[in-house]
Design a binder for this molecule. Structure first.
Ligand code: UT7
Length: 325
């Protein structure tokens, strides 16, 4: 009998402080930077985002999301034998967020590592954990996406600082008799690393280069609409399913225009697209598990539903997963 992997539970956590577009615009205006709620809503769909306090890191957020996912799955922390964390804003250069979260949860001994694929990170982490569970190498895997992008934003750059927010989401994977993760596909094109990056690094105790997020938004937009439709069709084909079989699309929440354009190309109606970008902004690797948990909590996503997850991010990286929840 083959082993399959299933999502046993979901959880998420948002730092309590919200920043509405008009509040952010007022803050930027004090620095002589012009933006508006109307521009941000029209171009992105974002209305507000959550920002963590300065002393809160992605380990703090990820730990809370993990605890909630474990509770929803009915799994004790001590049973966890794999932690994969997707993040581009880890607490430290090393050890990994996964090791730090493992220590917080009190479940030493299993494998723990981070995956760095920026906004596609959760799809990468889910696919990796799925392969551990299906091979029998892990029985209770925590897959966490957690980010504090507010801490790498350049608040003098209006083209990026209005787009991102902080948060964390998590799922617990475990073995099942029937497929849960039906198919996944991962891709990257390193030649396009320049269009979305945070190019700073530490050298000799100093920060070298530019330690803030930079993006050529139009270039990423063009790539996104192209690769997301293609990778969505790839996982549907792999699983022998049609777009009409999808109960919910749970896309990366970067821009409502990209999400709805991709859905339209696939023939998925907008009311079947989980939409949290208005309230979360772009939380990078955290956005899909945050959206998934919000939809589970709202009673939209239910057991047996077929979910299409897709994301694109810096690297350029992209991927999709078709999941029976
Ligand atoms: O999560 C990883 C994946 N990331 C993405 O998928 C993001 C992809 N890109 C996008 O979502 C969009 O390209 C943005 C939301 C970043 C930008 O939207 P756009 O419709 O592509 O706008 P644009 O870059 O073409 O800029 C239009 C205008 C420009 O002014 P001019 O040259 O027409 O006079 C910008 O300077 O809007 C201006 N602008 C702003 N105005 C007010 C740019 N940022 C702002 C701002 N407020 N915050």
């Amino acid at each position: 009998m083959p082993i399959y992997s299933r999502i046993l539970g979901t959880g998420s956590f948002l730092p309590p402080k919200t920043v509405r577009n008009d509040e952010l615009a007022a803050r930027l205006a004090r620095e002589g930077i012009d933006t508006s709620d109307a521009w941000i809503v029209e171009r992105t769909g974002i209305r507000e985002r959550h920002f963590a306090q300065d002393d809160v890191g992605s380990v703090d957020l990820g730990e809370q999301a993990a605890l909630r996912a474990l509770q929803s799955a009915g799994v004790a922390a001590g049973e966890v034998d794999l932690i994969v964390v997707a993040t581009s804003t880890p607490d430290m250069i090393f050890p990994s967020n996964a090791s730090l979260i493992q220590a917080r949860l009190g479940c030493p001994g299993g494998a723990a590592f981070d995956v760095q694929a920026v906004c596609a990170g959760f799809i990468y982490a889910l696919s990796v954990a799925d392969q551990f569970v299906r091979s029998g190498s892990a029985r209770r895997a925590l897959v966490i996406g957690t980010e504090v992008f507010s801490q790498i934003l350049d608040f003098s750059d209006r083209t990026t600082c209005v787009l991102f927010g902080d948060g964390a989401g998590a799922v617990v994977l475990g073995p099942g008799d029937a497929p849960g993760i039906l198919a996944s596909a991962l891709h990257a094109d390193g030649r396009q690393s320049g269009i979305l990056r945070t190019p700073g690094r530490i050298h000799g105790g100093r920060v070298c280069g530019h330690p803030f997020l930079q993006m050529d938004g139009q270039a990423v937009f063009k790539q996104a609409v192209h690769v997301l439709e293609a990778v969505a069709r790839e996982v549907l084909d792999k699983a022998g399913r049609q777009p009409g079989d999808v109960d919910w699309m749970v896309p990366h929440q970067a821009n409502i225009r990209i999400m709805l354009h991709t859905a339209k190309k696939l023939g998925i109606p907008p009311e079947r697209v989980v939409q949290t970008v208005a309230w979360h902004g772009n939380t990078s690797a955290a956005s899909i598990p945050l959206a998934l948990d919000a939809a589970v909590q709202a009673g939209q996503v239910r057991r047996g539903h077929t979910l299409l997850m897709e994301a694109v991010g810096g690297g350029l990286t992209w991927g999709a997963a078709l999941v029976e929840y």
